[in-house]
Design a protein around this ligand. Structure first.
Ligand code: NCD
Ligand code: ZN
Length: 462
């Protein structure tokens, strides 16, 4: 039995911050309180914060499919360095995760590369069947994702950043009809439905050549988001499907989501650090690093999202970590692919924002408790309490960090938050009681496991 005792830190417990010790036995938290060492190895952590590891509910590992952009090794190295102990990976890898066999193969591939735990979202296609979704749930999917407005290449088995549909190789994107057709099976499986909320009709109408950031903004207006959210919620509420809005980016989208919630739809909201920290005026400094779908919008949108987070209307922050190669990002604004890396800066950027809001202890709720509940891990991860996995982060509140490409471990190092200063730094990260990052270096090996929602029994031992 490996016994550890974290001593001297201020601990984020379920009741809030407390100066207590935390005992860990074989990777699980066994005691939180005023406890003695009793044969345990003591981790002296005076002056530090002990926080639950973050669960980044929205990452793109690119694995399998695009090893030049990222793989599970580089993704989870960046995660460990940033205090993220679980990543939930999006299904737009290649082949896209649209059936149980693909999910199982992806899990098998990820396992020997994963430095932190991982869960897998599954893909909803316009052609998905109830049996496919049932199979995906049984294989361990944390939920399903519908890329509204993104076509699917049948030959490449790939989700595309396009909605052209005259090409016979392209299957039309999932739409509100798809959600209506699959609503009852999603409700029965009790899996969250995540949507990329930009309405294809609105995007089509506002299509234009992208020569400036203003063109980019005009091509994907906030109405695309609000229409998609309102329509998806109108469909899913009649079935009782849990609807989760990925990467909320606009004041209009937030208003539509709050209206839908008031109308009794079951809906959870996620936004990302780039929408909380940046606005269009950062394009001059960042260039294509700021090209992300949906776009980072105006300062007024940022203010609305911050306010939504402060009020608790938005409960969860995830990164939409979406790396591309430097060569791809060096293209012009029209041709550069959308997305920015972010997993390594999730916790530190959220701690800084929470500090600015006057309560640093909000951050672990956004990045740990809320995502654990979303993906069915609320009984095992996301809290520092007896019985929970010892996924822990020691944070130094006296040593600031300035985000810089130099210290990033993702394959795309230059992200949208480049240059941002956080008052905090990550001292060390523990996955189920074992260090995966300590004092600036990765530790341990690929000890990450597939996590699956608690309600379903594992099909195979991990
Ligand atoms: C994502 C990607 O690259 O996979 N990019 C992004 O800008 N968020 C896909 C997406 O969600 O649009
Ligand atoms: Zn994404």
């Amino acid at each position: 039995m490996t016994e550890l005792l974290f001593k001297g830190a201020t601990v984020f417990t379920s009741e809030g911050p407390r100066d207590v010790s935390v005992r860990v036995s074989d990777g699980v938290i066994t005691d939180v309180g005023d406890i003695g060492a009793r044969g345990a190895k003591v981790v002296q952590a005076d002056g530090l914060y002990l926080l639950p590891g973050a669960i980044d509910a929205h990452v793109h590992s690119r694995d399998p499919g695009f090893p030049e952009k990222e793989d599970f090794g580089t993704l989870t190295a960046a995660a460990a360095a940033g205090g993220v102990t679980t990543v939930i990976d999006m299904p737009n890898t290649v082949p896209a995760v649209d059936a149980a066999g693909v999910l199982e193969a992806k899990a098998a591939l990820a396992r020997p590369r994963a430095r932190v735990d991982f869960g897998l979202w599954a893909l909803v296609r316009s052609s998905s069947t109830p049996d496919q979704l049932r199979g995906l749930a049984e294989a361990g999917a944390t939920g399903v994702k519908a890329y509204l407005g993104y076509a699917f290449s049948l030959s490449r088995k790939q989700v595309l950043h396009s909605f052209d549909s005259d090409d016979p190789d392209l299957e039309s994107p999932p739409d509100y009809g798809t959600l209506a057709r699959l609503g009852s099976i999603l409700a029965e499986l009790d899996l969250p439905l995540v949507i990329h909320a930009e309405d294809a009709g609105v995007l089509n109408t506002f299509r234009r050549p992208i020569e400036s950031y203003t063109d980019f903004l005009d091509s994907r207006p906030g109405e695309a988001e609000s229409v998609a959210i309102a329509a998806a919620a109108a469909v899913t509420r009649q079935f009782g499907v849990r609807l989760h809005i990925a990467h909320l980016s606009s004041a209009l989208g937030l208003a539509a989501a709050e209206d839908a919630k008031a109308g009794a739809a079951s809906i959870t909201l996620e936004t990302c650090p780039h929408y909380l920290w940046l606005s269009e005026s950062d394009f001059a400094r960042l260039g294509t690093a700021l090209k992300i779908n949906p776009p980072v919008k105006l300062a007024a949108d940022r203010a609305a999202l911050r306010d939504g987070l402060k009020r608790g209307a938005i409960g969860l922050v995830a990164t939409d970590h979406a790396p591309h190669t430097d060569a791809e990002k060096a293209r012009d604004l029209e041709a550069a692919p959308p997305g920015s890396p972010g997993v390594q800066t999730l916790y530190l950027s959220c701690l800084e924002l929470a500090r600015e809001m006057g309560d640093v202890w909000r951050a672990p709720r956004w990045v740990s408790e809320a995502p654990a509940a979303l993906v069915g891990l609320g009984e095992s991860k996301g809290r520092i309490a007896p019985g929970y996995d010892a996924d822990l982060v020691l944070v130094d509140p006296h040593r600031p960090t300035v985000f810089s490409a130099r210290s990033m471990r993702s394959r795309q190092r230059h992200g949208a938050l480049e240059g941002l200063r956080s008052s905090f730094s990550i001292r060390s990260t523990y996955l189920r009681g074992a260090p995966v990052f300590a004092n600036g270096r990765l530790a341990g090996g690929a000890t990450g496991r597939l996590v699956r929602p608690a309600l379903l029994k594992p099909l195979t031992a991990q």
